[in-house]
Design a protein around this ligand. Structure first.
Ligand SMILES: [Fe+2]
Length: 292
């Protein structure tokens, strides 16, 4: 996703008023944000546990988490609450139909923590906000919906062996054959999530790991990403448009792959305009190495 331009995060502080945090306020408006004294900074146990587990799981940028580590991280994330990262459903941003920033529907994000091996980010989607279909090359992604209701779609590439057995992996339409950026994928998820709900995981070894989020109500999604995107290290983000299998397949091929809506053609596209996001400062409880 377009978190950065030219490899650097773009933090836009004047957009912080889009979300606000329970434990900190950095704009001067009294409402709708809640002011809470920060005299005692307490790190929620679940958040500290998440950080320690991420450190234990992602030992290097090449780490692919073991099933045990995936299970542990999912268990911790399943129990994480909005309050653990300084959010509350009472914030104005999360009230459906009452979003004060209606004129700007861009998605906002905040980086809670980032190192070479993993990052923790929260994405704030306004009502109808979209994070368009994108990939995570060589990365494992844990997504936990903290607040709101959203539609999630995810795909994995169909590998050649599977394609030979089940469907034709080359588009039959002449026009599309000329487009080398079209590739067959299998839909893995297409459902609506309502917080609180379990964690979704994308795996780098399962051929693609692409997903798309569309907010039905204002949402906050916590992502654990290991390793983080890095253009420099060949982990840039690509975007896709999905086409139904029938769109570029003959009727004979349709018979072979007629499990409706399972197979889709994904066309790589230029960076879409709605992938642009605004970065805001993280104002929740501190996360990182304990400073004894
Ligand atoms: Fe993603």
């Amino acid at each position: 996703m377009e978190l950065e331009q030219g490899g650097r995060e773009r933090i836009v502080h004047n957009h912080v008023s889009k979300v606000g945090y329970v434990n900190g306020v950095i704009n001067k408006r009294k409402k709708p944000y809640r002011r809470v004294k920060r005299s005692v900074i307490r790190v929620p146990r679940a958040l500290q546990e998440l950080f320690v587990s991420c450190k234990d799981t992602f030992k290097s940028p090449a780490t692919i988490p073991s099933p045990h580590h995936v299970q542990t991280l999912c268990r911790i994330l399943d129990d994480i609450k909005p309050e653990d990262v300084g959010l509350s459903r009472d914030l104005q941003f999360f009230k459906p139909g009452k979003n004060i920033i209606k004129e700007n529907q861009r998605v906002t994000y905040t980086t809670m923590y980032k190192c070479d091996n993993f990052s923790l980010c929260i994405f704030f989607l306004p009502e109808s906000g979209v994070i368009p279909l994108h990939n995570h090359p060589g990365m494992t992604v844990f997504s936990k919906l903290l607040l709101g209701k959203m539609h999630i779609k995810s795909y994995d590439w169909v590998d050649e062996l599977e394609a030979e057995v089940e469907v034709e992996a080359e588009p039959s339409n002449n026009l599309m054959q000329q487009n080398s950026k079209v590739r067959l994928a299998k839909m893995k998820a297409n459902r609506v999530l309502t917080a609180p709900c379990d964690t979704s995981v994308l795996y780098p070894t399962r051929g693609g790991n692409m997903h798309e989020f569309t907010a039905i109500t204002p949402c906050a999604v916590l992502d654990v990403i290991g390793p983080p995107y890095s253009k420099q290290h060949g982990r840039d983000c690509s975007y896709y448009k999905d086409h139904p299998y029938a769109a570029f397949s003959s009727s004979e091929e349709m018979d072979k792959g007629k499990e409706a809506n399972v197979y889709w053609w994904l066309e790589e596209i230029e960076v879409p305009e709605n992938s642009q996001m605004d970065g805001i400062e993280y104002l929740g409880p501190p996360i990182g190495e304990p400073s004894f």
